[in-house]
Ligand binder design. Sequence first.
Ligand code: HEC
Length: 131
Amino acid sequence: MPLAAEAPDVFAFVEKSCVACHNAKVKSGDVDLKALETAKTFEENRETWEKLVEKLKTGKMPPPGSPQPPAAVTTAVTGWLQSEFARQDRMVKPDAGHVSAAARLRLKPRPASLGDLKARLKVTRSAKYPG
Ligand code: HEC
């Protein structure tokens, strides 16, 4: 299924700014961003991508003291990811056009709204990044 148009290089961005502290070995905050290296993860690991967007929008990551990506690139990446989430939400129908009653029953609400996620982030956030 087609992704939202004109992706900035999200993976290169993450690789450059985040992966040093978020990989299978150095799994800061229990987040492995190295694992998100294919387009299908935008749907399959959406929860993690949403966390990433939240961190970028609030300027929490990369942590203060680490090299910061250019603001324009950060904005492009968050903007693109949000449009990708919106695209996914519009796609919540099994076949284009007609949705049968049975299919509609199978449609489940998304597991977590951004509000839920924020609440969860608040609860799970561990000690502040040192320094
Ligand atoms: C210098 C190391 C470092 C870099 C670089 C870094 N992080 Fe983190 N990150 C941490 C640490 C340490 C934590 C755990 C403590 C915390 O939540 O502040 C963390 C936690 C997180 C969490 C989980 C927080 C939660 O509340 O569950 C997310 C999401 C995250 N980082 C995203 C990013 C993104 C996106 C980038 C790149 C733009 C990035 N990080 C770059 C060190 C880093």
